[in-house]
Design a protein around this ligand. Structure first.
Ligand code: NAP
Length: 319
């Protein structure tokens, strides 16, 4: 079967190999899923670079997110049968034709959601829900709360702006270029490459890190406010001096995988119900730039890295 493999850390375009491997049979408690579509997310590529080498075992098959059809079930599996459409989570490995996964880490996709959106029903929707939940835990109600969203042109940025509007918060979209302005309809205000200086936020949800995060923490969060870091698109960490310089605000990281591996099946099912409902309503719809056959992985990764990219890239391992 067609698969990918990372045997050494490095530039994803260089070190992710296309390989042909045997198709193993599902063991007890496992299902075999034929992957229909898998997403390319920044969080798929960061482990390939070696940034998390302490917890990344080589070799590995990349890809944390996608959708597929159950083809075979292992002994003792009762909750799924061949033909069921599922989202398998909990580990990487989706950039291949057939994936084996314990049944308890698979979630049934309801009818009425197209594969392309179902393939992105996990990472960003569940993280957006966790981020807004974290703000609610800090503030109680988000009514009239001024919340800054960096990289607001991203797929998750768009989801956050919509969720915050539903909470009657006052979201400000921060963009690095005009390119994504048209995706920030729910934003109360849009700042394009402008310094946030002078803006006063109750909270900031940041996926950029680096100097921008330092400036926001240092000068743009009201005392008693909160700054939640959930990405590092700038490639640079949040300056520690900025954090230690603001003991009057709450700084926190949010990593979806930490919650996923501690939440339990019931909470995960509830989160997926909200994700699927959000996909049906459009709340969690992600723009798609292109879909590539896995056999053209190099082209897909080049498109992913292109700053002109205007949406998510999907992979089809069936071809
Ligand atoms: N912590 C977690 O568990 C978790 C979960 C989900 C996502 N995330 C993080 O959320 C971020 C967005 O993910 P996504 O899937 O929504 O991405 P995406 O749709 O692929 O979008 C990438 C966006 O990031 C913007 N961008 C890229 N580099 C930037 C920079 N240096 N400064 C400012 N903006 C930059 C681009 O802006 P323009 O196109 O507008 O120029 C583009 O809109 C990533 O960092 C990802 O790792 C974290």
């Amino acid at each position: 079967m067609r698969s990918t493999l990372v045997r050494q850390f490095g530039d994803p375009g260089q070190v992710i190999e296309l390989v042909d491997v045997p198709r193993p049979a599902p063991a007890a408690g496992e299902v075999e899923v034929e992957i229909s579509l898998a997403a390319i997310n920044p969080s798929d590529l960061i482990p390939v670079t070696g940034a998390y080498s302490a917890r990344t075992v080589l070799p590995f098959v990349p890809g944390f997110e996608g959708v597929g059809i159950v083809r075979r079930v292992g002994p003792d599996v009762r909750e799924f049968k061949a033909g069921d459409r599922v989202v398998p989570i909990g580990a990487s490995g989706l950039w291949q034709q057939f994936l084996l996964r314990p049944a308890e880490w698979c979630f049934r996709v309801p009818d009425g959601i197209e594969d392309a959106q179902a393939a992105m029903s996990y990472v960003n929707p569940l993280t957006a829900l966790r981020l807004v939940e974290a703000l609610r835990e800090h503030f109680g109600s988000l009514e009239d709360m001024h919340v800054g969203v960096t990289a607001a042109g991203s797929a998750i940025g768009g989801m956050l702006l919509k969720l915050l509007a539903l909470e009657n918060a006052v979201p400000t979209a921060m963009l690095r270029s005009e390119k994504s302005r048209n995706r920030c309809g729910e934003a109360h205000r849009i700042l394009v490459a402008d310094s946030p200086m002078g803006s006063q936020f109750d909270a900031v949800l940041d996926a950029v890190g680096g100097a921008l995060a330092g400036e926001l923490i240092g000068r743009s969060i009201r005392p008693g406010g909160t700054f939640i870091q959930y990405g590092a698109l700038s490639g640079a960490p949040v300056p520690q001096t900025a954090i230690s310089g603001r003991p009057d605000i709450r700084f926190a990281f949010l990593w979806l995988r930490t919650w996923v591996h501690s939440a339990g099946r019931e909470a995960l099912e509830a989160a997926f119900l909200r994700s699927f409902a959000g996909l049906q309503s459009g709340l969690f719809a992600s723009p798609i730039a292109a879909t590539y056959p896995l056999s053209r992985l190099a082209d897909a990764l080049a498109h992913q890295a292109d700053p002109r990219r205007d949406g998510k890239i999907l992979l089809d391992p069936r071809c």
